[in-house]
Every structure is written in C-alpha cells, then in structure tokens.
Write a protein that binds this ligand. Structure first.
Ligand SMILES: Cc1ncc(COP(=O)(O)O)c(C=O)c1O
Length: 369
C-alpha cells in the first residue's frame, strides 16, 4: 500500500487567515478589511513597480541563483559580509532549510508555545522531537528553554517579537541565555517584525551573531516591506552555517520578480520609517481605546495586538467577519478568549474597534462607553 512517511501523518495542513477575496465572495460584502495576517496596510514602496518593469522582458529566464544584486545591497545596508546571507521563498523556507539541515530522527528542537507554528511543522517533517515550553506572562521563558536542552537538542527557536503575543525578550536576557547554551545547539532568532520595533532594549542580534557563530537571524520582506506576495525572506548567519543551509536550498528559490522587488524595497528606507511611525500611531490608537474600555492585551513591539475579549474568540471572530473585518481567532493559537488583530490604517482600526465594541455590547459587556 502506498504510504507517505510516518512523521507527517498527524501534521495538519496549514490554515491561512481568510483572504479578502474569499470573505467578499462568501458573505457578499463589498468592503472588507483584512487585519489577520500582519501584512502592511500601506502596501509597499512605490519604487517596486518600476523595478518590476525592468525585468519584464526576462520572464522566460531563470533568475540568478544567488541573488547577487540584492545580496550586495542588503549586506551593505546591514553592514555585514555578503557570505552571511541566505535567501528563501519567504522566511518560511529558511525555517524549512534549517530543519532539513540540522534536524533528524533522534534529535530535538525547543520552541515556545504558542509561537509561530512553522517551527513545529518543520521539526515534525524531519522526524525530530518538538519540545514546547509555555510562554511566561506572554513572553519566551528562556530559563525553562535552557533547562529543556539536552544532548539531543539541535535547534532552539526564539521568535522575537513573538507571534502571536507581540512581546519580546530583551538584549540582556537573550545574551545571558546565549552565553549559557552548549556548543551543539543552533539558536534561531526569528525577527520577522524587527523593523517595527521601537524599544531600545530590543536585542542587537547582529552584534550577538558576531561573537556567537551558532545563531541564525531570520528576517522577511513580507511584513514592513509589504511584499508578502513575492515570498521573500532571508537568514543571516556565520558563513559555515550558511554553507550548510545552502546545501539543502532549492535552486533559484528567490524568483526574478522577488529579487527585483526586494532590491527596490531595500533602497527605500523612507518607506520603512514611514510605516514604523504609522504603526506606532495605530498601536496607540487601538491601545488607548482598549485601555479606556478596560480590556487587556499583551504589550506589542510588532504590527499586531493580542487582545483578551473575555469571551469565546471564535464567536468574536465570526461577529467581526460578518461586518467585514477579518482578524485571527486566538482559539487555534492557544488563547481561546483572545483575538490577534493586525494594526491597520486609522480608519481600519476604527472599524475593528467599532466591531469589537458591538460584540462586547451584545455579550452584555462589562464595559460602558
Ligand atoms: C514570526 C514569523 N516568522 C516567519 C513568518 C513567515 O514570513 P514569510 O512570509 O517570510 O515566509 C511569519 C509570517 O507571518 C511570522 O509571523
């Protein structure tokens, strides 16, 4: 009988947030706001379109395999050696490459719970054991993660800021944690939201990486750069680690359009600064209202907030969905009364807050406005 490998049998198929198109179709709504996947509500740099026109006559050709122009530009802007970069079809693919290169049956990988779910999936696909350490006050419990390390541990995933909580571990805590880890463990610092961070105690991961060759820093073009469609992410690590990851990388994995778009995006720092500032304003707008209503949430350094509605999160999700606001129910994320909402433009945040208010009122909420 035909059977796929044992390690994947219980792995659920990834469930993305509902798409705009799907909700419009299903509910017959014209105006739908998507605040479910931490995308950038301001789109992307205006320079991206022009960059795509530059490659329009080359669609029939494979791209350059090692993305040399992007590599050079990014290395320059991060002030690192070009050999320290590896690109992926989204940072999702770099996560897969790390698991492929470092995990196998008999090994273990340590991660927080809840955190970004692809670490778990990648671990299981390789037949390795996942070791999950619950968040403490919504934040990675680094001490417990350290204690979970044994001779079989190969990879530790630290999502910073953490998705879905938005919380972060600071430089001091992280560097003390790294100092105490044994040599056979690779630490992945997933910084998908780092460009949104404004707290100056946030780790300077590139300086940590400089003295510790067992770190991979993950970044993405899907969030503040607004290029989720192109699927482009990257890892920064010691050239020896990069070499191992390159062995398992698919050829031409960063497609021609993505190489061109990301290069233009890196060159437009003004857009990134604009989006970071707008996100801060949006966070304040939502947090101020939640504070007024006495609703708790985790402090966030990212472009989303995890909010405790006090009621069944799936019901809150459905209520908002019917009114054209797509968010993420915390139910599947391990927070059954919470919603994770992406910070949108001012009017999108207003629509979310109005919907949340309606839901809470309907549930005979404890708040009065
Ligand atoms: C923490 C984290 N890491 C990685 C990713 C994947 O990003 P990409 O689009 O680059 O695959 C996401 C996407 O939501 C994320 O939240």
């Amino acid at each position: 009988m035909l059977s796929a490998k044992k390690s994947i049998q219980d792995i659920p198929v990834y469930q993305p947030g509902k798409s705009l198109e799907e909700v419009k179709r299903e509910l017959g709504l014209e105006n739908v706001i998507k605040l479910a996947s931490n995308e950038n509500p301001f789109g992307c740099s205006s320079k991206v379109w022009e960059s795509l026109m530059n490659v329009k006559d080359q669609f029939h050709l494979y791209p350059e395999d090692d993305a040399p122009l992007l590599r050079q530009k990014l290395a320059e802007s991060l002030e690192i050696d070009e050999r320290r970069l590896v690109f992926g079809n989204g940072s999702d693919e770099v996560i897969q490459m790390i698991a492929r290169a470092y995990l196998e049956p008999g090994t273990e990988s340590v991660m927080a719970v809840p955190t970004f779910p692809r670490y778990e999936t990648a671990t299981r696909i390789e037949g390795a054991k996942k070791v999950e350490i619950p968040l403490k006050n919504g934040t990675h419990d680094l001490e417990a993660m350290l204690q979970a390390v044994n001779d079989q541990t190969r990879v530790i995933w630290v999502c910073n800021p953490n998705n879905p909580s938005g919380t972060f571990v600071n430089h001091e805590a992280l560097s003390s944690f790294l100092d105490r880890l044994p040599d056979h463990v690779l630490v992945v610092l997933d910084e998908a939201y780092v460009e949104y961070v404004t707290d100056d105690t946030f780790p300077d991961s590139l300086s940590l990486l400089d003295y510790n060759p067992r770190i991979v820093v993950l970044r993405t073009f899907s969030k503040i750069y607004g290029l989720a469609s192109f699927r482009a992410g990257y890892g920064i690590a010691h050239p020896d680690v990069i070499q191992q990851l390159s062995r398992v990388r698919e050829p031409f994995n960063l497609n021609r359009l993505a190489q061109s778009a990301t290069l233009a995006a890196v060159e437009d720092e003004t857009f990134v600064v604009y989006c970071r500032n707008q996100n801060r304003l949006g966070l304040k707008q939502v947090m101020n209202q939640l504070d007024e209503w006495n609703i708790s949430y985790f402090p966030s350094q990212a472009n989303f907030l995890l909010i405790d509605t006090g009621f069944n999160a799936d019901e809150a999700f459905q209520y908002l969905l019917k009114r054209g606001v797509i968010v993420r129910s915390g139910n599947a994320l391990g927070f059954p009364t919470y919603l994770r909402v992406t910070i949108g433009k001012k009017e999108e945040n207003e629509a979310f807050l109005a919907g949340l208010h309606g839901f809470l009122q309907e549930k005979q909420s404890r708040i009065t406005i």
